[in-house]
Design a protein around this ligand. Structure first.
Ligand code: IFM
Length: 447
């Protein structure tokens, strides 16, 4: 335990066997996508803020996965979280593509030979074209279809996977794709978003059940992106709206795992879903920042605006203000579910690597504090290993420990990569790293 009884003075340690790695998703790094909603979406003019296209992405499908994973294993990582592209595996309903399974098998075998813990995400935002054509996550048949995918993947790749993420960030996907027009299909309807949220949770359950049926002892979890929402002022309306944002975006998902109930607005009345309570062997936490919420009507969230300053944002997306305290609070919130927590994403866009060193070290110190207070945390995956296609923002945000030159494909480690390596190798926060990066504002101008 961190800091428990016999801790060496000045050394913050993480629990034995802690997973240290980075996270990627299929569409963002692979390139040359299969027939899927995102490939169609990014072809439409105006959909990607900086006008870029995913193109070859980080070249993983064409062979770069192995280079990047080898680099990670050589630089202190003992784990990697990667995604599968459903559209490659099942390009038409019920037709499983042997070559796509073989490519993933090769990547996973390679990662296994490197000694990396292989965490695999089944669904990270993108859908096969045929599923999108039926309405995507508003289609009631999609949860069952995800269950079938999970069963097939378990059968063909199961012995190469150490842990599973069923669905990545159902809240983000529902809001971006169905509650607004940021992601495909851009439905821009709150009701479509609530319906999608419900189906995403049912999809998680179908996938979790299929994995357990096929692989006794499987470790599979839902991955939630839980920003911290706080009122901008003490005003009761700000408090109410901050609570509301947390309730709709975060709490309904936390509650689904806690009690198995779908709360309004996911259902008209609270409704128990048989088997859902506790159907997550761990809970994945993706955490980026803190939103200060101010009452107001209009704007992107129906009611309330996010007004924190400074913030990590582009013209079209806001990751919030870096807040290690907010991170620790969300870790403790999930740990209170009585399931192990794995930090499945945490990171910051920062091409120059001016923000990332403090961001990394101060978030890890906050994580260590949560562990010290009793939270059962099993790992930390930094977002991301290598610069990749940041969805509707295109290539402008740079999240990688490895900087990618898209013209040449060359990778250059950012200084944070060495900091991460030192921490992972020590399984803790060495004094010199704490001294260099443990204090001071993460973002210039922040408290
Ligand atoms: O790149 C995304 C990822 O796909 C999901 N979580 C947040 C990341 C940064 O925006």
């Amino acid at each position: 335990m961190v800091g428990a009884g016999g801790r060496e003075p000045g050394v913050i340690r993480f629990p034995e066997g802690f997973l240290w790695g980075a996270a990627t998703s299929a569409y963002q790094v692979e390139g040359r996508p299969g027939p899927c909603d995102w490939a169609d979406w990014e072809r439409q003019p105006g959909r990607i803020a900086d006008g870029s296209r995913s193109g070859e992405a980080a070249g993983w499908w064409a062979g770069k996965a192995e280079d990047d994973l080898a680099w990670a294993a050589d630089h202190g990582h003992n784990a990697h979280r990667l995604g599968l592209a459903w559209s490659r595996l099942e390009p038409e309903p019920g037709r499983w593509d042997r070559a796509a399974f073989a490519r993933y098998a090769a990547i996973l075998d390679f990662a296994g030979r490197l000694g990396l813990h292989r965490m695999v995400t089944l669904h990270h935002f993108t859908l096969p074209r045929w599923a999108a054509a039926r309405g995507g996550w508003t289609w009631p048949g999609l949860p069952e279809a995800l269950g079938r995918l999970a069963a097939e993947v378990a059968r063909r790749l199961g012995d190469r996977v150490d842990s599973w993420c069923t669905v990545n960030e159902p809240n983000v996907l529902a809001v971006a794709a169905y509650g607004s027009a940021h992601f495909p299909p851009g439905r821009d309807s709150a009701w479509a978003a609530f319906r999608a949220m419900r189906h995403l949770l049912l999809g998680h359950l179908a996938a979790w059940t299929a994995l357990h049926d096929a692989l006794p002892g499987a470790r599979a979890g839902l991955v939630l992106n839980l920003p911290r929402f706080e009122p901008a002022r003490k005003h009761p309306l700000d408090r109410l709206v901050a609570w509301l944002h947390d309730y709709v975006f975060n709490e309904v998902f936390v509650e689904a795992i806690r009690s198995g109930r779908l709360l309004p607005p996911l259902a008209a009345l609270p409704r128990a879903v048989p088997g859902l309570a506790g159907a997550s062997d761990f809970v994945g936490l993706n955490y980026y920042g803190l939103m200060r919420v101010r009452f107001g009507v209009g704007g992107p969230y129906l009611v309330g605006r996010h007004v924190q300053e400074p913030s990590v944002r582009t013209a079209t997306n806001d990751w919030g203000q870096p807040s290690p305290g907010g991170f620790a609070a969300q870790v403790r919130r999930l740990a209170a579910l009585g399931r192990p927590v794995i930090v499945t994403e945490n990171g910051v866009m920062d091409a120059e690597d001016r923000i990332r060193p403090r961001f990394l070290v101060q978030h890890l110190r906050a994580l260590a504090g949560a562990v010290e207070q009793g939270a059962d945390v099993r790992g930390y995956f930094h977002w991301s290993l290598v610069d990749n296609f940041e969805w509707a923002e295109g290539w402008t945000p740079r999240f990688g420990l490895l900087a990618l030159d898209r013209a040449t494909g060359r990778r250059e480690p950012r200084p944070s990569a060495a900091i991460f390596e030192a921490i992972a190798r020590a399984n803790g926060l060495p004094d010199d790293i704490l001294a260099a990066w443990g204090e001071g504002p993460i973002l210039a101008g922040a408290q």
